[in-house]
Structures are given as structure tokens and as C-alpha cells.
Design a protein around this ligand. Structure first.
Ligand SMILES: Nc1nc2c(ncn2[C@@H]2O[C@H](COP(=O)(O)OP(=O)(O)OP(=O)(O)O)[C@@H](O)[C@H]2O)c(=O)[nH]1
Ligand SMILES: [Mg+2]
Length: 326
């Protein structure tokens, strides 16, 4: 685990860190290497100013252009970012994975992710990174709900509340803004995080991984501005995130995902079967349909229950192995 050991006295983290392309004599040799990752898709209107502002606080600004069809990559490059381009759109999670991979190559001490649509304030980067530089956390979530300084549209508030509830309950890690894209990560988190989510459920996945890898999570208040109309339907984005969270539950909580439905199916099948038997005892008539359905439910239920049990045990063994080797 390589944690930043610099103390507040050694360096004032609120002072902007100069970017790599600035003259080396003006860059502080002892400054922690902060890599800012900006996943983007068609953000040519905003990405230039996001990069210029972020450069004031990060050593490297890494823009992962996820197959944009507009001038995003060119604008980001002109503004001074290192640009990695996906030829095809793969989703925000895939772009973050690419960014994390590059940050490992760059031997970053701390990593910040922020959106490229200008909704976050790069000026708040110092606030978000501070607990990492202080060695107090591995993941810092910039939360728009800690101090309620953002004017979040009501439909989004309800959506965020719903996703907070399910992500917090299912992952076992509680935050007030589970969908925030403004985050900071320690080197330890960077080494541990391998994201399987391709799209917008990636932020929820970080909570599941934090729980699995015993990463310390904390929150700091941030502000988000809502200037534009939502780029896509809130419902369709919500359904995508929900689908992603269900997949995560299957991966990370197999006993819950397979065991609970399995137990329910098994119970219904058994009740149905018992009723068919008692009906037969009373009237000497066997309903083939009832028997078939109850047999099917019992079989499916038992299969699902044991699949959950087996996957749960395998997961436990793998986590044990992982914790022993890390
Ligand atoms: N890499 C990648 N980034 C994306 C994709 N879609 C959106 N993004 C970026 O992810 C960030 C957040 O996306 P938004 O569409 O603004 O999502 P949001 O902030 O949850 O939703 P809004 O409230 O509508 O702004 C922005 O920087 C986008 O450019 C994608 O398919 N791939
Ligand atoms: Mg946005």
C-alpha cells in the first residue's frame, strides 16, 4: 500500500499543483502526483474550460474520450489534457477503467474523477482530494447532498434517494450521494479497483468493491450546477443504473440474489404440492397441471437456492485468497 505521507505542514494542498506541461522549474518537486480523470462523450462545449480549470489543481488531466462524434478530443488536447480515445462508445465505466489503467502507469499518488460537462467545480478538487492526501480515506465521494448547496431538479433528487437506498443497503457502505462522479481515490484504491460495470452503474460498483476490499470511504460536500436540460431521459438512465445494480448484486451478494428468490419459489412449490396431495387424499383426483407446476417451482427454487449457496462459498474463498495475497 503506497499512501501519501506528506503532511499538511509539508505542503499546502489547497495551493494549485502545476500541470506536467508547465516549466519544470515552476513545478514543485515534492508535490504529490494528482491525476484527474475526465470521462467524456460529446462534450466539446464544456471540456475546454473543464480541462483548463482542472489543470490548475492536478499534475495531469486525463480525458478519456469515449468515441465522441464531435470535436471533444481536439478541444481537450488543445486545452492541455492528455487524451485517450476509445474508437467506439463503451460507456462511462469502461472509460474510467481506461483512465485508472493510465493513472497506474503514471504512478499517481492520488486520483480525482470529475465529469466533463461542466457541472462540477474543479475549484473544489482540493476539498475532494484532501482526505486522501491526509491519509484518512481511500475513496472520497463529493456529495451534493451533504450541505444541499446545489439546486438539484426534484425528479433527480427522488432518483438519487432511491439509488442511495438500494446501493447503501446492498453494498453495506453508506453514502449520501451514491451516483456522484466527483470522487477522489488513494493509490491503494487505484490498485484495488477493477470495474466490471461499463456504464452509469460504475459509481454504485465502487461501493460494492469498497466493501469487498475494506477501503475507507468518506464524503465531502460539493456543489453541482444544473444548467442544461438532461442529455437523456431520466427514466432510461435510471433503468440502466438499476439494471447495473441488479447485476452487481448477482456478483457481490449471490446468496441474496439467488438464495432469496430460490427460497420463495421453493416455498410456493411446496405449498402448492401439499395442496395437490391433500386434494388427492380428499377426492382421489390428481391434478396433473398442479403437480407439474409445483414440481417445476420446487426444482427451480432448489436450483436457485443451491446456486446462491455455492457462489457465496466460492466468493468467500476468493475474497480470502485476495486478502491474503494483498
Ligand atoms: N466515457 C463516457 N462518458 C460518458 C458517457 N455518457 C456520458 N459520459 C460522461 O459522463 C459524465 C456524466 O454524464 P452525464 O450524461 O452528464 O450524466 P449525469 O451527470 O448523471 O446526468 P445529468 O444530470 O443529465 O447531467 C460526463 O462527463 C459525460 O460526458 C459515455 O457513454 N461514455
Ligand atoms: Mg452531467
Amino acid at each position: 500500500m503506497s499512501e501519501v505521507t506528506m503532511t499538511q505542514e509539508e505542503i499546502d494542498p489547497l495551493a494549485p499543483v502545476l500541470a506536467d506541461d508547465q516549466p519544470s522549474e515552476s513545478r514543485r518537486a515534492d508535490a504529490p502526483k494528482i491525476v484527474a480523470i475526465v470521462p467524456v462523450y460529446n462534450e466539446e462545449r464544456f471540456i475546454g474550460s473543464v480541462v483548463l480549470k482542472t489543470k490548475e489543481y492536478a499534475s495531469t488531466v486525463l480525458v478519456v474520450d469515449d468515441g465522441s462524434t464531435d470535436g471533444t478530443a481536439a478541444v481537450a488536447k488543445a486545452a492541455g489534457a492528455e487524451v485517450i480515445r476509445h474508437e467506439q462508445n463503451q460507456g462511462k465505466g469502461a472509460a474510467l477503467n481506461t483512465g485508472f489503467h493510465r493513472a497506474r502507469e503514471l504512478a499517481a499518488d492520488a486520483i480525482v474523477t470529475l465529469d466533463g460537462d461542466g457541472q462540477h467545480f474543479p475549484e473544489e478538487l482540493c476539498l475532494v482530494i484532501q482526505p486522501i492526501l491526509d491519509g484518512q480515506a481511500d475513496i472520497v465521494v463529493g456529495s451534493r447532498y451533504l450541505e444541499n448547496t446545489s439546486d438539484v431538479p426534484q425528479r433527480r433528487v427522488w432518483g438519487h434517494r432511491f439509488f442511495n437506498l438500494i446501493t447503501n443497503q446492498l453494498s453495506g457502505v453508506a453514502v449520501t450521494d451514491s451516483q456522484s462522479g466527483f470522487r477522489a481515490f488513494s493509490r491503494r484504491a487505484l490498485d484495488a479497483l477493477s470495474l466490471s460495470s461499463k456504464g452509469f452503474s460504475v459509481e454504485s460498483e465502487m461501493q460494492f468493491l469498497a466493501s469487498d476490499c475494506n477501503l475507507r470511504v468518506c464524503e465531502v460536500p460539493i456543489t453541482i450546477k444544473y444548467l442544461d436540460k438532461p442529455k437523456r431521459s431520466v427514466i432510461s438512465q435510471g433503468l440502466t443504473v438499476l439494471g447495473g445494480i441488479l447485476r452487481l448484486v448477482g456478483q457481490h451478494r449471490p446468496l441474496l440474489y439467488f438464495g432469496v428468490p430460490g427460497t420463495i419459489l421453493l416455498a410456493i412449490g411446496l405449498i402448492w404440492g401439499a395442496q395437490s396431495i391433500s386434494f388427492y387424499n380428499q377426492r382421489q383426483i390428481l391434478s396433473a397441471g398442479y403437480v407439474l407446476v409445483s414440481t417445476l417451482l420446487i426444482t427451480l427454487g432448489a436450483l436457485s437456492f443451491f446456486a446462491g449457496l455455492i457462489l457465496h462459498s466460492i466468493r468467500g474463498l476468493l475474497l480470502d485468497l485476495l486478502n491474503r495475497t494483498s
